[in-house]
Design a protein around this ligand. Structure first.
Ligand SMILES: [Zn+2]
Length: 238
């Protein structure tokens, strides 16, 4: 009977739509998108740390330069011979020693910041490489998913095209019952085969079999257990 042909097409379409909705490629894409999100967040944080250290390093460098400038000026004044007082000379010598010590401390601090900055830049570079790798994998995964989806869409389109002639001759009321049951149960019509319902696999009792035997061929028979439309064939055991 034609309704079973329609059911066969609808079952295949249902499977295809299920596959379309549960593609392994989609899971891969989602996993990669999540990894990309994590890496994007991490690189944003790492850039903030690096940029902060860059500012600290510039400041430290300016501090060193400023003390060095002052020291150079003092040295020039002393070298020029403009200071004649022994006491003033001694005071300036003392200041030069203090400035040298200060320069040394500031340079050590700057060096430490530069090491931190280098480590921060390494982290940023590592994350940027990671993101580029993820992007590449994501591109491949998206393409694979799209190819598979397009393949399934084309199979679904052929099934829909086959369905049109398969529907011809099926009474409207039967079709509307079938559609309602299909929406609810997935499978709306089942073959009655060897006295069993092909939908729920339950065996029909002899009284029901004998009742069905007495029905006209165009009468719609429903399974008492699962409500599906039972399609009678030569193998029904009636
Ligand atoms: Zn049934």
């Amino acid at each position: 009977m034609k309704l079973l042909d329609v059911q066969e097409l609808d079952s295949r379409a249902l499977q295809l739509r299920h596959r379309r909705g549960h593609l392994p490629q989609t899971a891969v894409v989602e996993e990669l998108q999540a990894a990309k999100k994590r890496a994007d967040d991490a690189v944003r944080d790492a850039r903030v740390v690096r940029d902060d250290l860059e500012r600290v390093q510039k400041k430290a460098d300016a501090d060193v330069e400023s003390v060095k400038t002052r020291r150079r000026r003092d040295q020039e004044r002393m070298d020029s011979g403009a200071i004649s007082s022994a006491k003033d000379l001694e005071r300036m010598q003392h200041e030069l020693v203090t400035l040298d010590r200060r320069i040394s401390v500031l340079e050590d601090e700057e060096l430490e910041v530069m090491e931190q900055l280098e480590a921060a830049q390494t982290t940023v570079t590592r994350l940027e490489t990671e993101i580029a790798e993820i992007d590449e994998k994501l591109g491949v995964a998206l393409e694979s998913r799209d190819v598979e989806t397009a393949k399934l869409d084309s199979e679904l389109a052929s099934l829909a095209a086959e369905r049109v002639p398969a529907l011809e001759g099926i009474p409207d009321d039967l079709l509307s019952v079938y559609t309602r049951l299909s929406d609810k149960l997935g499978v709306g019509a089942a073959e009655l085969r060897a006295r069993r319902c092909g939908g729920c696999n339950l065996q029909l009792d002899p009284a029901e079999i004998s009742r069905i035997r007495g029905l006209a061929a165009d009468e719609v028979v429903r399974c008492e257990e699962c409500s599906r439309i039972l399609v009678r064939t030569a193998e029904s055991g009636l």
